[in-house]
Each structure stands twice: as C-alpha cells, then as structure tokens.
Design a protein. Structure first.
Length: 59
C-alpha cells in the first residue's frame, strides 16, 4: 500500500495501482488567523513547504 502515485520505475517493473480508499483532510488554524478560505493547491503548497507563511496567502 502507498499513499502516493507510483513512480515510473515501479510501473516499469509491472506494479499496478488500485484506489481502495480516499482520506479526508481538515485544515484547522488558530481562530485569530484571518485566512478563512484555502484552495486545494494552496493546501498542497503549505504541506510541501512551498508556502511557509500566512502572509504568502494574503498577497
């Protein structure tokens, strides 16, 4: 089992993927944070480290 896409090298070895479930994610921030709406891309950027401050989302 993996929670990521297969790599090309894995596919080349004949590994197949089958989705058996999806995870739900809740993003919770401090009530004093003024951010009240995030896109999926913004959440992805936060968790990947591309976005590191809330200011980057309010520009």
């Amino acid at each position: 089992m993996a929670s990521r896409e297969l790599e090309d090298s894995e596919i080349a070895q004949g590994v197949n993927s089958t989705v058996i479930a999806m995870d739900g994610i809740a993003v919770i921030v401090n009530k004093n944070n003024t951010i009240d709406n995030l896109t999926s891309e913004q959440v992805k950027s936060i968790f990947s480290g591309e976005i590191t401050t809330w200011k980057e989302l309010s520009d």
